[in-house]
Ligand binder design. Structure first.
Ligand code: KG4
Length: 345
C-alpha cells in the first residue's frame, strides 16, 4: 500500500492506495475559502495552513488505516509553491522514517497524467494492467490553473508532451476573465454557473487557433479581448449581459481545447485508442461533453478524471507512484528535494 501526500498549492491532502483493492482512503483540507477573499492563493498563508493541517489529517488517516501495512510513501516534490512543497516533503520524510519504508517523489503533473485511469483500476483491480495496455497510444489533456498540456502515453508507459500553452493556462484565462467580470475566485466554476443561463453565440471572442497545424495553445488574446469589450460597456450593461458574456467566453475557451485535441488526433502517426482529461478545468461540463463527442466521432475511448481527482489531490499521487513503477529517473529517499519548476518531461 502507498501513502501519498500532496501540498503543492492550496490543498493539504493525504491518500492511501492499495493496488489490490483501489483507493483505501482520501483525506483533504481545502484552503479555497481562505484565499478567496484575497482573489488568489497567498503563498505564505498556504504554507502555514499546510503545516497546521498535515498533523490532524495524518491522525485521521491513522484512525482508519493500519499504517503498519504501508509499503511506501509518495509525495509531490514539484511543480508548485516552494514553501508549500517543502512542508509536504518534510512530512513525507518523517513518515517514511517512522514507518521504515521507501520514499519517492512524484511530479504533480504525472499525477494528472494518470488520474483518468484511477476509476478504471477501481472497476477491476486485477485486470487493470491488461485493460490499460489496450488503451495505448493514449492522448491526454491536462487543464488546470497553471497548465494546459497535451501529451501522449505509449505502450511503455512513457509520457511525451506534444503541446503546451504559449501564455496563460486555460484555467488562468477563466480565472482572469472572471476577475474582469467581478466574479469570485476561482473563476471557472462561477463562469460555468452563470453561463448556463446565457447564449454562447452572443459575443464573438477570438479563438487563438493559430496556424492550421499548430498544436500549442494561446489564451491571452481572449482575455484581452474581454477587457476591451468591458471597457466599452457600462456597469449596468455588463450586469444585464453577464450570463451571455460568461457563456460566450466559456465557449471560446472550450472550443480551443476541443479543436486542438481534435488536431492532435488528426496528426497521430499511429491512431490513438483513448483520450484522457484531467486537472481542475476537467470539471467543466461543456468541456467534458465537447471531448466526449469528439471521442465518439473519432471512435476512441474517453476517460475524464473523476471529480475528486481533477483538482489537487493525493489519490493521483499515490496512483501515479504505483502505475509508473519503473519510475524512470524518479528521485526519492532522504535526500529528496523540492523542484518548484518541474515540467512534464
Ligand atoms: O488543477 P487545479 O486545482 O489548479 C492547479 O493546481 O493549477 O485547477 C484549478 C482551476 C482553476 O483555474 C479553476 O477556475 C478551474 O480549475 N475550474 C474550473 C471548474 N472547476 C475548477 N473551470 C471551469 N469549470 C469548472 N467547473
Amino acid at each position: 500500500m502507498i501513502l501519498a501526500l500532496e501540498s503543492s498549492c492550496d490543498e493539504t491532502a493525504l491518500a492511501v492506495f492499495d493496488p489490490a483493492r483501489g483507493m483505501v482512503g482520501e483525506w483533504i483540507h481545502s484552503q479555497v475559502a481562505l484565499h478567496e477573499r484575497h482573489g488568489g492563493v497567498v503563498p505564505d498563508l498556504a504554507t502555514r495552513e499546510h503545516l497546521r493541517h498535515f498533523g490532524p489529517l495524518i491522525e485521521r488517516a491513522r484512525g482508519s488505516v493500519n499504517f503498519s501495512a504501508i509499503d511506501g510513501v509518495a509525495v509531490t516534490h514539484g511543480p508548485g509553491l516552494a514553501a508549500c512543497l517543502a512542508i509536504g516533503v518534510a512530512a513525507a520524510k518523517s513518515l517514511a522514517l517512522a514507518l521504515r519504508v521507501p520514499l519517492v517523489g512524484v511530479n504533480h503533473l504525472v499525477g494528472h497524467v494518470w488520474s483518468p485511469f484511477i476509476a478504471l483500476h477501481a472497476e477491476d483491480p486485477a485486470r487493470f494492467d491488461e485493460r490499460l495496455d489496450g488503451l495505448f497510444p493514449h492522448l491526454g489533456l491536462i487543464v488546470s490553473g497553471g497548465n494546459t498540456l497535451l501529451f501522449t502515453l505509449d505502450a511503455g508507459r512513457r509520457i511525451t508532451p506534444i503541446a503546451a500553452t504559449r501564455d496563460d493556462a486555460a484555467g488562468e484565462a477563466l480565472d482572469k476573465g472572471a476577475k474582469l467580470l467581478g466574479l469570485g475566485y476561482p473563476g471557472g466554476p462561477f463562469i460555468e454557473r452563470l453561463a448556463q443561463q446565457g447564449r454562447a453565440d452572443a459575443y464573438d471572442f477570438p479563438r487563438g487557433i493559430g496556424r492550421r497545424d499548430e498544436l500549442d495553445f494561446s489564451f491571452s488574446g481572449l482575455k484581452t479581448s474581454l477587457r476591451y469589450m468591458l471597457e466599452k460597456m457600462t456597469t449596468e450593461q455588463v450586469e444585464a449581459r453577464l450570463a451571455d458574456l460568461c457563456a460566450s467566453y466559456q465557449q471560446a475557451v472550450v472550443d480551443v481545447l476541443v479543436r486542438k485535441t481534435g488536431l492532435a488526433l488528426e496528426h497521430a502517426k499511429i491512431p490513438y485508442r483513448s483520450i484522457g482529461l484531467s486537472g481542475g478545468v476537467a470539471n467543466n461540463r461543456l468541456l467534458r461533453s465537447g471531448l466526449e463527442k469528439l471521442a465518439q466521432r473519432e471512435g476512441v475511448a474517453f476517460f475524464p478524471a473523476q471529480p475528486q481527482h481533477t483538482g489537487d489531490n493525493a489519490g493521483m499521487i499515490a496512483f501515479a507512484a504505483w502505475v509508473d513503477r519503473a519510475g524512470v529517473g524518479r528521485p526519492g529517499g532522504m535526500g529528496l528535494r523540492i523542484n518548484p519548476g518541474l515540467s512534464l518531461t
